[in-house]
Design a protein around this ligand. Sequence first.
Ligand SMILES: [Zn+2]
Length: 404
Amino acid sequence: MDIGCRRFFALLKSSDVITRNEKRRFHRLVVLGVLLCLVPSASAAALNHVTFKRDGKTQAVSGRVLVAAQDGGLLVQSRDGMLWTILPEEQIDRAADDVPFKPYEADELAERTLAELPSDFRVHKTAHYLIFYDTSSAYAQWCGSLFERLYLAFTNYWRRKGFDIREPEFPLSAIVFADRRSYLKFSRPELGEAAESVVGYYALLTNRMTMYDLTGVEAAGLNDGRERSSAQINRVLSQPNAQGAVATIVHEATHQIAFNCGLHTRLSDCPLWFSEGIAVYFETPDLSSAKGWRGIGAVNRPRLQRFYRYLPSRPADSLETLIREDGRFRDVERNLDAYAETWALTYFLIRQRPKQYVAYLAMLSTKKPLLHDSPDERIEQFREIFGDLKQLDAEFLRYMTRSR
Ligand SMILES: [Zn+2]
């Protein structure tokens, strides 16, 4: 499977890791109830305690209510940052107390997450991340360093562009399994069969990344059980056969940062071309720098080549269909072209229309969870900022093919 294909599955089950049941639940919340979006600030929200019954099991969640539908449906965020959609008929009891909502501190979250995981898991803590792992500590450190460097490069990049980056409200969690087998066992309940197709994913509801040690047997043909140094890990993962897998991890890590630093709001109607565009713009890993992250905004070769292959059959309304709806990203036949085009569009807009791009980003970042725009509204919002689509499309094609 080539790099883009893996990425596609990563998308379906990542920025989109929501089960079919969850989708039905959102639909119910959106359609049946007129939504009252509360989205309170962390300090103002009271802690709510909701008891509910799902699949015959009674569960309890404490957190802040982000959305209350008129029919009683709730979107609750617990203190670990997870999102819970609870239908009215599932609810048994709901009580609010005077204690204000407060996210868990890193140490408390670490302790609680470790209690959920198999007993041999440990945690590696960095400035923004909690890396839970049952592989070598060197690999956990390698992940922590990769994510922190990406975090720094990503947030600096948008600050320089004039976007108001927010510090994450919750520690960013990643679960790293020692091997693919245990990763699959853990991921299947969340992803189903699609777990087979991805090396890692970011899940919107749990706000976590899940992955496995890529220096194992599958990625590099090496699994001698010895501890590797960071430099050895870098060497193994710089091999051509591992690059796609590392890019997928960086892609997913980019989603997690973007959803936690204020670029997008989880479960809001951020068009896929836009959130995926940012992830593909940043996905090229930099394993050579110890501190920085070179090459942000550089040409993403596999995406560009795919875009060139798409051009001869590209329909006149390609730009419009990309923006109007998310369908092209979800269609197995067309998704690689959609990814290639969204990389090219993001590259073009950031370089040629940077102010408008940031204005559009700022507009999308204020979207509330579970409120959806119609396809026409999406086009209108795009047009308001970037102008006439036909004219933009002509400039876009000229720019992308200027030096072919
Ligand atoms: Zn993605």
